[in-house]
Design a protein around this ligand. Structure first.
Ligand code: 6PG
Length: 225
Protein backbone atom coordinates (compact mmCIF):
# COMPACT_ATOMS: atom_id res chain seq x y z
CA UNK A 1 0.00 0.00 0.00
CA UNK A 2 1.56 3.32 -0.94
CA UNK A 3 1.91 6.02 1.63
CA UNK A 4 -0.50 8.23 -0.33
CA UNK A 5 -3.32 5.99 0.82
CA UNK A 6 -2.67 6.85 4.47
CA UNK A 7 -4.51 9.94 5.76
CA UNK A 8 -2.83 11.40 8.84
CA UNK A 9 -5.06 13.57 11.02
CA UNK A 10 -3.44 15.52 13.86
CA UNK A 11 -5.59 16.55 16.84
CA UNK A 12 -4.90 19.36 19.30
CA UNK A 13 -6.09 17.34 22.28
CA UNK A 14 -6.85 13.78 23.31
CA UNK A 15 -10.46 14.78 23.88
CA UNK A 16 -10.84 16.06 20.32
CA UNK A 17 -9.28 12.85 18.98
CA UNK A 18 -11.59 10.72 21.11
CA UNK A 19 -14.67 12.68 20.01
CA UNK A 20 -13.69 12.43 16.35
CA UNK A 21 -13.07 8.70 16.64
CA UNK A 22 -16.39 8.07 18.40
CA UNK A 23 -18.13 10.17 15.74
CA UNK A 24 -16.44 8.11 12.99
CA UNK A 25 -17.64 4.86 14.54
CA UNK A 26 -21.17 6.22 14.97
CA UNK A 27 -21.39 7.55 11.42
CA UNK A 28 -19.97 4.31 9.98
CA UNK A 29 -22.45 2.32 12.04
CA UNK A 30 -25.46 4.25 10.77
CA UNK A 31 -24.28 4.05 7.16
CA UNK A 32 -23.57 0.30 7.39
CA UNK A 33 -26.87 -0.46 9.09
CA UNK A 34 -28.75 1.63 6.51
CA UNK A 35 -26.94 -0.04 3.60
CA UNK A 36 -26.60 -3.64 4.81
CA UNK A 37 -28.64 -4.03 7.95
CA UNK A 38 -25.58 -4.70 10.13
CA UNK A 39 -22.36 -3.07 11.35
CA UNK A 40 -19.29 -5.27 11.71
CA UNK A 41 -16.74 -3.51 13.91
CA UNK A 42 -13.31 -4.73 15.06
CA UNK A 43 -12.13 -3.23 18.36
CA UNK A 44 -8.57 -2.18 19.11
CA UNK A 45 -6.90 -3.31 22.30
CA UNK A 46 -4.61 -1.42 24.63
CA UNK A 47 -5.50 1.72 26.58
CA UNK A 48 -5.78 4.38 23.87
CA UNK A 49 -9.34 3.50 22.78
CA UNK A 50 -10.78 3.50 26.34
CA UNK A 51 -12.26 7.00 26.20
CA UNK A 52 -13.62 6.38 22.70
CA UNK A 53 -15.46 3.28 23.92
CA UNK A 54 -16.73 5.26 26.91
CA UNK A 55 -18.18 7.90 24.56
CA UNK A 56 -19.88 5.18 22.48
CA UNK A 57 -21.79 4.08 25.57
CA UNK A 58 -23.89 7.23 25.26
CA UNK A 59 -24.71 7.30 21.55
CA UNK A 60 -28.06 6.15 20.31
CA UNK A 61 -28.00 3.39 17.72
CA UNK A 62 -29.83 0.22 16.75
CA UNK A 63 -27.51 -1.84 18.89
CA UNK A 64 -29.07 -5.12 17.78
CA UNK A 65 -27.49 -4.53 14.37
CA UNK A 66 -23.96 -4.29 15.73
CA UNK A 67 -21.48 -7.19 15.48
CA UNK A 68 -18.33 -6.75 17.58
CA UNK A 69 -14.97 -8.48 17.04
CA UNK A 70 -11.53 -8.03 18.59
CA UNK A 71 -8.34 -7.47 16.60
CA UNK A 72 -6.36 -9.34 19.21
CA UNK A 73 -6.56 -10.72 22.73
CA UNK A 74 -4.18 -11.64 25.49
CA UNK A 75 -4.24 -15.29 26.62
CA UNK A 76 -5.51 -14.62 30.12
CA UNK A 77 -8.48 -15.96 32.08
CA UNK A 78 -11.93 -14.79 31.02
CA UNK A 79 -12.72 -11.36 32.58
CA UNK A 80 -9.05 -10.90 33.56
CA UNK A 81 -8.48 -7.18 34.13
CA UNK A 82 -5.73 -7.06 31.48
CA UNK A 83 -7.79 -8.55 28.67
CA UNK A 84 -8.69 -6.19 25.84
CA UNK A 85 -12.30 -7.38 25.96
CA UNK A 86 -12.61 -6.66 29.70
CA UNK A 87 -12.00 -2.93 29.22
CA UNK A 88 -14.48 -2.72 26.33
CA UNK A 89 -17.16 -4.50 28.39
CA UNK A 90 -16.54 -2.40 31.50
CA UNK A 91 -16.76 1.03 29.86
CA UNK A 92 -19.18 0.30 27.00
CA UNK A 93 -20.47 -3.14 26.03
CA UNK A 94 -22.03 -3.92 29.42
CA UNK A 95 -24.03 -0.69 29.13
CA UNK A 96 -25.67 -1.04 25.70
CA UNK A 97 -28.11 -3.53 24.17
CA UNK A 98 -25.78 -5.34 21.79
CA UNK A 99 -26.95 -8.98 22.00
CA UNK A 100 -24.32 -11.11 23.74
CA UNK A 101 -24.19 -13.44 20.74
CA UNK A 102 -23.15 -10.44 18.62
CA UNK A 103 -20.05 -9.81 20.72
CA UNK A 104 -17.46 -12.22 19.37
CA UNK A 105 -14.87 -12.38 22.13
CA UNK A 106 -11.67 -14.24 21.24
CA UNK A 107 -11.59 -17.43 23.41
CA UNK A 108 -8.02 -16.60 24.43
CA UNK A 109 -8.41 -18.28 27.81
CA UNK A 110 -8.06 -21.56 25.88
CA UNK A 111 -4.51 -20.61 24.88
CA UNK A 112 -3.04 -19.43 21.56
CA UNK A 113 -3.51 -22.63 19.53
CA UNK A 114 -7.00 -23.67 20.59
CA UNK A 115 -8.26 -20.09 20.76
CA UNK A 116 -6.96 -19.25 17.28
CA UNK A 117 -8.55 -22.39 15.79
CA UNK A 118 -11.93 -21.41 17.22
CA UNK A 119 -11.63 -17.75 16.22
CA UNK A 120 -10.68 -18.80 12.70
CA UNK A 121 -13.96 -20.71 12.57
CA UNK A 122 -15.83 -17.55 13.65
CA UNK A 123 -14.06 -15.32 11.15
CA UNK A 124 -14.22 -17.78 8.25
CA UNK A 125 -18.00 -17.28 8.11
CA UNK A 126 -17.71 -13.52 7.63
CA UNK A 127 -17.24 -11.10 4.78
CA UNK A 128 -15.39 -7.83 5.05
CA UNK A 129 -15.56 -5.77 8.23
CA UNK A 130 -17.15 -2.35 8.03
CA UNK A 131 -14.62 -0.69 10.32
CA UNK A 132 -11.40 -1.88 11.95
CA UNK A 133 -9.96 0.06 14.88
CA UNK A 134 -6.29 -0.44 15.70
CA UNK A 135 -3.66 0.94 18.05
CA UNK A 136 0.08 1.38 17.53
CA UNK A 137 2.78 0.25 19.91
CA UNK A 138 6.02 2.12 20.60
CA UNK A 139 7.82 -0.56 18.55
CA UNK A 140 5.32 -0.08 15.70
CA UNK A 141 3.37 -3.25 16.45
CA UNK A 142 -0.35 -3.30 15.94
CA UNK A 143 -2.86 -5.79 17.32
CA UNK A 144 -0.46 -8.58 18.35
CA UNK A 145 1.65 -8.34 15.19
CA UNK A 146 5.17 -7.49 16.33
CA UNK A 147 8.25 -6.31 14.41
CA UNK A 148 10.63 -9.09 13.34
CA UNK A 149 7.95 -11.74 13.76
CA UNK A 150 6.50 -13.80 10.95
CA UNK A 151 2.99 -15.05 10.48
CA UNK A 152 0.83 -17.08 8.13
CA UNK A 153 -1.19 -14.39 6.41
CA UNK A 154 -3.51 -17.02 4.96
CA UNK A 155 -5.02 -17.49 8.40
CA UNK A 156 -7.60 -15.06 9.79
CA UNK A 157 -6.57 -15.62 13.43
CA UNK A 158 -2.98 -16.29 14.50
CA UNK A 159 -1.51 -17.95 17.58
CA UNK A 160 1.21 -15.72 19.08
CA UNK A 161 3.71 -17.26 21.53
CA UNK A 162 6.47 -14.70 21.92
CA UNK A 163 4.90 -11.26 22.13
CA UNK A 164 7.50 -8.84 23.55
CA UNK A 165 4.64 -6.87 25.13
CA UNK A 166 3.35 -9.00 28.04
CA UNK A 167 1.64 -11.35 28.09
CA UNK A 168 3.68 -13.28 25.57
CA UNK A 169 0.80 -15.60 24.68
CA UNK A 170 -1.81 -13.92 22.49
CA UNK A 171 -4.16 -14.36 19.57
CA UNK A 172 -4.21 -11.81 16.75
CA UNK A 173 -6.04 -11.27 13.54
CA UNK A 174 -3.63 -11.41 10.60
CA UNK A 175 -2.81 -8.33 8.54
CA UNK A 176 -4.74 -9.84 5.63
CA UNK A 177 -7.89 -10.31 7.74
CA UNK A 178 -7.59 -6.86 9.33
CA UNK A 179 -7.27 -5.44 5.82
CA UNK A 180 -10.55 -7.01 4.68
CA UNK A 181 -12.42 -3.90 5.72
CA UNK A 182 -14.26 -0.98 4.21
CA UNK A 183 -12.48 1.35 6.60
CA UNK A 184 -9.41 1.12 8.87
CA UNK A 185 -8.75 3.68 11.62
CA UNK A 186 -5.62 3.76 13.79
CA UNK A 187 -5.70 5.68 17.09
CA UNK A 188 -2.22 6.88 18.11
CA UNK A 189 -1.52 9.06 21.14
CA UNK A 190 1.65 9.82 23.05
CA UNK A 191 5.15 11.06 22.33
CA UNK A 192 6.45 7.53 22.93
CA UNK A 193 4.85 6.55 19.59
CA UNK A 194 6.75 9.17 17.56
CA UNK A 195 9.55 6.82 16.50
CA UNK A 196 6.99 4.31 15.24
CA UNK A 197 5.16 7.04 13.30
CA UNK A 198 8.49 8.20 11.80
CA UNK A 199 9.22 4.63 10.66
CA UNK A 200 5.76 4.38 9.15
CA UNK A 201 6.09 7.72 7.30
CA UNK A 202 9.54 6.68 6.06
CA UNK A 203 7.92 3.67 4.42
CA UNK A 204 9.63 1.11 6.65
CA UNK A 205 7.99 -2.34 6.65
CA UNK A 206 6.53 -2.15 10.16
CA UNK A 207 3.60 -4.38 11.21
CA UNK A 208 1.19 -1.42 11.21
CA UNK A 209 1.94 -0.79 7.54
CA UNK A 210 0.95 -4.34 6.64
CA UNK A 211 -2.69 -3.43 7.34
CA UNK A 212 -4.12 -1.83 4.23
CA UNK A 213 -7.52 -0.84 2.94
CA UNK A 214 -8.75 -0.16 -0.58
CA UNK A 215 -10.44 2.99 0.73
CA UNK A 216 -7.24 4.09 2.44
CA UNK A 217 -6.17 3.98 6.08
CA UNK A 218 -6.86 6.83 8.51
CA UNK A 219 -4.50 7.56 11.41
CA UNK A 220 -5.81 9.84 14.16
CA UNK A 221 -2.81 11.30 16.04
CA UNK A 222 -2.38 13.27 19.24
CA UNK A 223 0.95 14.29 20.75
CA UNK A 224 2.81 12.88 17.73
CA UNK A 225 3.43 14.57 14.38
C1 6PG B 1 -2.60 -5.00 23.00
C2 6PG B 1 -3.07 -4.16 21.85
C3 6PG B 1 -1.92 -3.45 21.22
C4 6PG B 1 -2.15 -1.99 21.51
C5 6PG B 1 -0.89 -1.19 21.32
C6 6PG B 1 -1.11 0.24 21.81
O1 6PG B 1 -3.15 -6.07 23.23
O2 6PG B 1 -1.71 -4.53 23.69
O3 6PG B 1 -3.82 -4.81 20.97
O4 6PG B 1 -1.76 -3.63 19.85
O5 6PG B 1 -3.18 -1.50 20.62
O6 6PG B 1 0.13 -1.80 22.08
O7 6PG B 1 -1.42 0.16 23.19
P1 6PG B 1 -1.81 1.50 23.99
O8 6PG B 1 -3.08 2.02 23.36
O9 6PG B 1 -2.03 1.04 25.41
O10 6PG B 1 -0.65 2.45 23.83
Amino acid sequence: MNLKQIKWELFESQVSLDNAAAERVSVMAEASIKARGQFHLVLAGGSTPKNVYTLLKDISSDWHKWQIYFGDERCLDQNHQDRNSTMAFEVWLNHVDIPVQNIHVIPAELGPVEGAILYNKTLSQLGDFDLVLLGLGEDAHTASLFPGHSWNNNLDALAVFDAPKPPSLRISMSPKRLSRAKSVLFLVSGKEKQAAINQWKAGEPIPASTVTCENGVDVFCFDVT
